[in-house]
Design a protein around this ligand. Structure first.
Ligand code: NAP
Length: 306
């Protein structure tokens, strides 16, 4: 039997799509993935999601959305989709050897943290090197740590880490942050935060645990070693589109390309995309939720006319 709609991914985009699709009587089947809830599960306070004047914790917001989707009888499976076949209808979606058929699909697989890909980084991940302050910050009590990056994520991670660390040094490759003015102000004014400008990390040092960084000033080319007891990499994200390669059009980075303004249609009719997986510009929880709503409405209208 074919599902009316399968939703892949369970961040704000997927769960909003589920709420709308379920309320349109499409009885959506959602594969929430092993990292259910998406990037908000890795964040602390969310201050800019309308409706929560005092802010809300990211995981709590996702819990609310999940409960709302379930209330309207979305069927949620905690599994990663491993393969898809969009060449003919019904579309095929696999979880390992299990095959599911769908008349329409909404993709909301989001994006994942990027790494620097410098020597030592992979070996020292989980040994003082992390991309998630909310997950690992607690382990760095009273330590001197480094945050790499200059966007809002880097500022947010740095601010959060001041709760634990004795000192936080932000290393940024330029002499100006990309982050929004309010986040920059907060970070620069914080007594525990220091900034090293115009500097790149060339290697992460240490055997069993991170002990330092090899850094280079890009203006002077001077190379030096900076001792550190922890490193948080906060340099942006990559869309989670590996399983759609060859099936759907995407840009050079891997973001799914959509068919025209205001549409969530992908390059295959009947397959829609919502949230960060197709958005390299806004990447906010609220915009993801908004496009999740659009994708469900687009899917519903498309199914109606088929
Ligand atoms: P981002 O805005 O793309 O910033 C990435 C930062 O990492 C940039 O400063 C970039 O440097 C640096 N970078 C990238 N590759 C690097 C490399 N290989 N080596 C060294 N540095 C590197 O990513 P983001 O901070 O994750 O934010 C993503 C989006 O989410 C943004 O739209 C942001 O506003 C939003 N966000 C919002 C909040 C909030 O409002 N609470 C919190 C987090 C994120 P350059 O500046 O030189 O390019």
């Amino acid at each position: 039997m074919s599902e009316r709609v399968i939703i892949i991914g369970s961040g704000p985009a997927g769960l909003t799509a589920a709420i709308y699709a379920a309320r349109a009587n499409l009885a959506p089947l959602m594969f929430e993935g092993s990292q259910a809830g998406g990037q908000l599960m890795l964040t602390t306070e969310v201050e800019n999601f309308p409706g929560f004047p005092d802010g809300i914790l990211g995981p709590e917001l996702m819990d609310h959305m999940r409960k709302q989707a379930e209330r309207f009888e979305t069927r949620i499976q905690t599994a990663d989709v491993t393969r898809v076949e969009f060449g003919e209808r019904p579309f095929k979606v696999w979880v390992g050897a299990d095959e599911y058929l769908a008349e329409s699909v909404i993709i909301s697989t989001g994006a994942s943290a990027r790494w620097l890909n410098v020597p030592g980084e992979e070996k020292l991940r989980g040994r003082g090197v992390s991309a998630c302050a909310t997950c690992d910050g607690f382990f760095f009590r009273d330590r001197k740590i480094v945050v790499v990056g200059g966007g809002d994520s880097a500022m947010e991670e740095a601010m959060f880490l001041t709760k634990f660390a004795s000192k936080v040094t932000i290393i940024h490759r330029r002499n100006e942050f990309r982050a929004s003015a309010i986040m920059v102000k907060r970070a620069l004014e914080h007594p525990k935060i220091e900034v090293v400008w115009d500097t790149v990390v060339e290697a992460m040092l240490g055997e069993d645990e991170i002990t330092g960084l090899s850094i280079r000033n890009v203006k002077t080319d001077e190379v030096s070693t900076m001792p550190t007891e922890g490193v948080f990499v906060a340099i942006g994200h990559t869309p989670n589109t590996e399983i759609f390669r060859g099936q759907l059009d995407m840009d050079e980075v891997g973001y799914l390309t959509l068919q025209g303004d205001g549409s969530t249609a992908t390059s295959v009719e009947g397959v829609f995309a919502a949230g960060d997986v197709a958005d390299s510009t806004y990447r906010q929880a609220i915009t993801a939720a908004g496009t999740g709503c659009q994708a469900a409405i687009d899917a519903e209208r498309w199914l109606d006319q088929e």
